[in-house]
Write a protein of this length. Structure first.
Length: 204
């Protein structure tokens, strides 16, 4: 597995979690290594525009498009990495990767805005809409660790893989074919995160 290095976020906890579950992973921005990968992981924290600029300036968008869209290599976007899978974000002006149709919006609680803090931070429940992929063998209530102010809105409800309630229901994980994204941090989510990353690593 290759963790795509585009200079966004702290990668150490992801590498440590993968090592703990016996998954060999390497942080790389080398195009040849990315082309040879059997799985890709797109991490990230910070702003949408900064993430997309870093991907573009690193020259990785073309190789990622080929690997993901043509070769159908499984990819998992985490936090900002998930948001970059979408078309756009109201956080910035840059175009996203556009692999999953939709946009990223900031939490808006209307009249309840004084009761709920943004960012959404801490443990929360994810309710899977499909248990055949990332959530395989998730039989009990699943809790994951979140830190985010923006969330994805999919054009097609079929692309929502899991929902979480914070003021209202939002898509906390998304998917399309070989493309997966989670808004939470599985690398900080103990046994549930370990199981999810293990499921991803075992995908064909």
């Amino acid at each position: 597995m290759i963790i795509v290095d585009y200079k966004v976020g702290n990668i150490g906890s992801i590498i440590n979690m993968l090592k703990k579950i016996g998954v060999k992973a390497k942080l790389s921005s080398d195009k040849d290594e990315i082309m040879d990968a059997n799985k890709l992981l797109l991490p990230g924290v910070g702003s949408f525009d900064n993430g997309m600029r870093n991907l573009r300036e690193s020259g990785l968008i073309e190789v990622l498009n080929k690997k993901v869209l043509e070769d159908k290599t499984p990819i998992l976007g985490i936090c900002l990495g998930m948001q970059l899978l979408m078309d756009s974000s109201e956080e910035g002006q840059e175009k996203g990767l556009g692999w999953i149709k939709g946009e990223v919006k900031k939490f808006d609680f209307g009249k309840n805005k004084d009761k709920l803090k943004v960012p959404h931070m801490g443990w929360n429940i994810v309710n899977p809409t499909n248990r055949d992929s990332l959530y395989k063998n998730f039989d009990e209530e699943s809790r994951f660790y979140f830190v985010h102010s923006y969330h994805a809105i999919c054009e097609d409800e079929k692309n929502i893989l899991g929902k979480t309630h914070y003021g209202y229901n939002f898509a906390s994980s998304i998917y399309k074919d070989n493309i997966f994204g989670v808004q939470f941090h599985p690398e900080k989510s103990h046994k549930f995160g370990m199981r999810l990353l293990k499921n991803f690593s075992e995908m064909e």
